[in-house]
Write a protein that binds this ligand. Structure first.
Ligand SMILES: NC(=O)c1ccc[n+]([C@@H]2O[C@H](COP(=O)([O-])OP(=O)(O)OC[C@H]3O[C@@H](n4cnc5c(N)ncnc54)[C@H](OP(=O)(O)O)[C@@H]3O)[C@@H](O)[C@H]2O)c1
Length: 410
């Protein structure tokens, strides 16, 4: 076995999003071409089926069998490749042995986790080892949190060029989006709520906007947080809480910390959903806030969680149909303001449903960016965010190959 056998391995190719990702990589890179890649998972028969569904041109696509709980199998996987992409979640339940194998073997890694509590644990346990081995670990490479993290990165770069300083306040507002949750995402969300209910220290940590920053970050600015229906004068519309804000805002603050406070020590950032103007906008905002509160409450209590898991939410492996993925999209607006009142707006869009069609492409390009663009880079080992690990290189890939746009609104 040699690390140069593969550029990347997709671990969890049988998951709902792993299948989308595998189809995407096959369409983009084929098999036996410039990208040497393989699919992996715990079930040989399911993997063979995925490979055969891709058609004759994928006959030579290598298939590797490994269980996420088997340390030796995780190490053997890492020893054959330079990058592992993992979609095996909930990561808090299955993800640690692979992270350990990557940091021990110096293998680059990216995933789709949005589980703050697990990320905090992994950073605390393995940052030093990753630095020592050179493994670049990049979590949150899906809808949470690439559009937010790179959207802020993009707006800050434009602001720097125009005004010579970063924006100390940025807002992200979801103007429009169409998509559904998959079973894996809901399972991860329910697991976070379950862990938090049993652990007061974790609840406190989840409420800390800087919980993913390194211990010496020194940020003290009080962060805004849309918790209920609120009117936003900058967008002249009502807003409601955004379900992904809890992870996205933490990733953006970690990017600020890892870039040496490049957005400023007093940088403030929040996310919300725009629900429109007038009474209708207010009513929708109240409805969204109420529904979100109801779901969280239901997920926190054992009997209602049981009902949600069994009857209401999709099961692991389930998710939106291919038609629904194609019809999906998102349109995110960013608003930046400097202390002197200089302002700039930007828009980030994606051409398929956020959580699956678009996420599969983002994750694929993040893995390829690590394998190809960062192969010779001197980016050190450690836990990075998408923007601090890959910045412009990933941004260009997403614009060219993943149906995303990043543009300033004059
Ligand atoms: N960031 C985002 O925007 C975003 C979007 C979508 C999903 N996600 C996250 O991505 C993850 C995957 O979501 P999904 O809906 O695609 O999940 P899913 O369909 O439920 O698939 C779970 C995967 O984990 C595999 N698995 C479970 N236990 C394993 C083990 N012991 N060893 C090896 N493989 C194992 C399953 O293999 P089998 O097929 O053999 O059972 C399957 O491939 C979730 O954590 C979800 O929260 C994030």
């Amino acid at each position: 076995m040699s690390k140069s056998q593969y550029d990347l391995v997709v671990f969890g190719a049988t998951s709902f999003v792993g299948q989308i990702l595998t189809r995407y990589l096959h369409e983009q890179f084929g098999v036996g071409g410039n990208l040497k890649w393989a699919i992996a998972g715990r079930s040989r028969s399911k993997l063979d089926q995925i490979q055969s569904n891709l058609g004759r041109s994928a006959q030579e696509l290598p298939v590797l069998v490994a269980d996420a709980s088997d340390d030796q199998a995780m190490r053997a996987l890492c020893d054959q490749t330079r990058v592992v992409i993992s979609t095996v979640g909930p990561y808090a339940l299955y993800g640690e042995p692979l992270i350990r194998a990557c940091v021990e073997s110096g293998t680059d890694y990216c995933d789709l986790t949005g589980e703050v509590q697990w990320l905090r644990r992994m950073i605390t346990s393995y940052q030093d080892q990753a630095e020592a081995s050179g493994a670049r670990i990049v979590n949150c490479c899906g809808f949470d949190s690439i559009p937010s993290d790179l959207g802020v990165y993009f707006l800050q770069k434009e602001g720097q060029q125009r005004f010579g300083q970063p924006f100390t306040r940025i807002k992200m507002r979801v103007r429009a989006a169409k998509g559904e949750f998959s079973g894996g995402t809901v399972a991860s969300l329910l697991n976070v709520v379950k862990e938090a209910r049993a652990d007061p220290a974790l609840r406190k940590e989840l409420a800390n906007p800087y919980s993913l920053c390194p211990p010496n970050h020194g940020f003290t600015a009080r962060q805004p947080n849309v918790k209920s229906a609120e009117y936003d004068a900058d967008f002249q519309a009502w807003t409601a809480p955004f379900v992904m804000a809890a992870i996205n805002t933490r990733v953006v603050h970690r990017s600020n910390a890892l870039s040496g406070g490049g957005y400023g020590r007093d940088f403030r950032y929040d996310e919300a959903v725009l629900t429109g103007r007038g009474l209708k906008g207010r009513g929708t905002a109240l409805g969204v806030a109420g529904a979100m509160g109801g779901f969280m409450l239901g997920a926190a209590m054992k009997p209602t969680r049981w009902v949600l898991e069994r009857f209401v939410v999709p099961k692991p492996g389930e998710g939106p149909s291919p038609e629904a993925q194609k019809k999906g999209f998102y349109d995110l607006r960013f608003f930046g303001e400097s202390p002197e009142g200089q302002r700039l707006r930007a828009r980030v869009t994606g051409d398929q449903d956020p959580g699956y069609g678009s996420t599969g492409k983002m994750l694929g390009q993040a893995g390829v960016c690590l394998a190809k663009d960062l192969a010779e880079s001197d980016r050190a080992g450690g836990f990075w965010t998408p923007s601090t690990a890959m910045g412009d290189q990933l941004l260009e890939r997403l614009k060219a190959h993943a149906g995303m746009t990043f543009e300033v609104l004059e």
